[in-house]
Write a protein of this length. Sequence first.
Length: 269
Amino acid sequence: MNDMLALVVFDWAGTTTDYGSQAPVHVFDRTFRARGLTFDRADINAPMGMEKRAHIRAMLSTEKGADLWRKAQGRAWTDADVDALYESFEATLRQVVTAYSHPIPGVPETVEALRRMGLKIGSTTGYTSEIMDLVAPVAAREGYAPDCIVTPDQTDGLGRPTPFMLYACMQRLRVWPANRVVKVGDTISDIREGKNAGAWAIGILTGSNLVGLDQAEAETLPAGQVEARKAEARAAYLAAGADLVIDSIGDLPEAIRTLNARMEAEAAR
């Protein structure tokens, strides 16, 4: 039916690969520590999902970030500092990112199930096309290969939460209007990207940046602590406008059926 969902657009790290989005977290931490700044994981995670230069600017623009920079460098930060940090981040990321490019458990099977349902698969990411040239082949060898990948440098630097990467996916895969698209991600920026585009938006909990646990932590922490983190993340997704929040990517086919039923009900009114 032409009034049903036709395209799922995934985020990359923390949603389909790199459980907990550890590559950018670790590289941001190394980049800032090299300049004498120490942020905790929550500080680093807060802007996650944005284009990486914008992410750095967002961290330095907080009261804490500006104070840490001033104490470490003896002056206020400048645009040139943002550029230098970004170049350092990208250089380090290129060295390590392939080690974090393995699909999250259940991703290949879920994507295959979605394709059997007639859905196309896209991806938008805060990584550059150069980084994606490194990581996408690793994921593909392990069973995950989207039909379309869009990066901020392909949309004039306009990454999330703007809708332009998602629109580029729609254009390349010939899917419209936007209410036939669902964005699935693990950050608030992903939810805002979807809603700003006029698409549906689904937040995912297991493996997500917003929950903030790597796989070992998720498997060894007391269940109550993990569930408490998930509850906080669920509330944050919904506050940002998420249409649904699912526990793991394996729940996505049923979520798609739920949204299709909503669309069918709305069309029948």
